[in-house]
Design a protein around this ligand. Structure first.
Ligand code: SAH
Length: 368
């Protein structure tokens, strides 16, 4: 399996332009192109980001003749639900989306006691080839557009508001870029999506930047670029091993940017944002769960502005790897905490519907 840093040439062109691809000024220009006054741009944005609708029929404050052309000009359908699955007593809901060209991606809504979170995809497939990750096995199909990413959140917010997760908080407040794809390998579209999600209404959805997490294998130049964006989003780094020898095999891009370089970039991000960087560590039985690796990780992280998320491995079909013994997992966590490193174990939401971390594989399983 080879690493694909760049998306292959798109086979069937780019996704159609959508309102969510455009910044506030571009939206006014697009509305002007349609021969409409610029205040209509804000009105359309309020429908989409505020009322969470892209259906011109719902936009009853617009003149009928204006509504007619809107679907093709600014609200082309980007995501068609191909499959919906719920589990965890309704607290987890996965949607498989078909994109305009037939590519499939997935997003997962999760209700927690005090918050609702959506896990979104940023690419159809992934080029990073991590051997324990289902998405990584299928390779990269293509980058998603800003609007394709944003629309997962808008559709998710709408579904949560309609009660798809049952009782509990209905307002979607948190977004994690932990679905399919390597967000920082699709940098411009992802940063555009982050801005759209966090710009205040009507420019965007108005979520707090602090409630957005971008997770990466550790593309160092992109982390550095992100520092310059001056965003307050949480950075998560998928480390999975404290040593280069093992990390070269678990996260193959490590052959390009080593553990020390990735962590250096992470600490620079932490310093410039004053935000804790999350370190993701999928714990794999007898592979990366040894006490000496916990000590090595503790030494790398102690004294840093960081938090470790230990993720019990979700075995992918055909994988010889499995999660660590619970005793070993507890020991791993205890050792890290002994170094003063804040550490928690991620719950294994969505396992029954293949919606847990690393299980998203719509493309492979549906032959799309
Ligand atoms: N490309 C990004 C987002 C990937 S998904 C990244 O690598 O950070 C989010 C997290 O799930 C990553 O830390 C990823 O390594 C982890 N993951 C992937 N497959 C997994 C599996 N089978 N079990 C547990 N965690 C997994």
């Amino acid at each position: 399996m080879t690493i694909q840093l760049e998306a292959p040439t798109p086979r069937r062109g780019r996704p159609p332009r959508h309102l969510a691809d455009l910044g506030a000024d571009e939206r006014r220009a697009a509305v002007a192109e349609l021969g409409l006054p610029s205040y209509r741009a804000d009105q359309l944005s309020r429908h989409y980001f505020g009322r969470l609708t892209a259906d011109p029929q719902d936009m009853t404050d617009l003149p009928g003749e204006m509504r007619a052309g809107l679907t093709s000009s600014l609200f082309p359908p980007l995501l068609t639900s191909a499959r919906e699955l719920s589990c965890d007593d309704g607290a987890t809901h996965k949607t498989v989306w078909r994109l305009f060209d037939g590519a499939l991606v997935e997003s997962v809504l999760m209700r927690y006691p005090g918050r609702t979170t959506i896990c979104v995809s940023s690419q159809a497939g992934c080029g990073m080839a991590c051997p324990f990750c289902a998405t990584g096995q299928a390779g990269l199909t293509r980058n998603m557009s800003t609007a394709e990413i944003v629309d997962q959140v808008v559709r998710g917010a709408r579904a949560a508001g309609d009660g798809v997760l049952g009782d509990g908080p209905r307002r979607l407040g948190n977004v994690v870029f932990m679905g399919m794809g390597e967000p920082l390998a699709n940098y411009n579209a992802v940063i555009g999506a982050v801005r759209r999600l966090t710009d205040p209404m009507p420019a965007g959805l108005g979520l707090s930047q602090r409630h957005v997490t971008v997770s990466t294998v550790g593309l160092v130049p992109a982390i550095e670029r992100m520092i310059d964006e001056k965003l307050q989003v949480t950075l998560a780094v998928s480390l999975h091993a404290p040593d280069d020898e093992l990390r070269d095999t678990l996260v193959p891009i490590n052959t390009r940017w080593k553990v020390a370089e990735v962590l250096d970039a992470a600490w620079r991000y932490a310093e410039s944002t004053a935000r804790r960087v999350s370190i993701e560590y999928a714990l794999i039985r007898d592979i990366n769960d040894q006490a000496d690796r916990a000590h090595a990780l503790g030494k790398l992280l102690q004294g840093r502005l960081t938090h470790v998320n230990v993720i019990p491995l979700n075995p992918t079909p055909g994988s010889v790897w499995t999660a660590s013994d619970p005793k070993i997992e507890r020991q791993f966590v205890r050792i890290l905490r002994d170094y003063g490193v804040s550490t928690t174990v991620r719950d294994t939401r969505g396992r029954e519907i293949d919606a847990a971390c690393g299980q998203l594989a719509a493309v492979a399983r549906s032959g799309g």
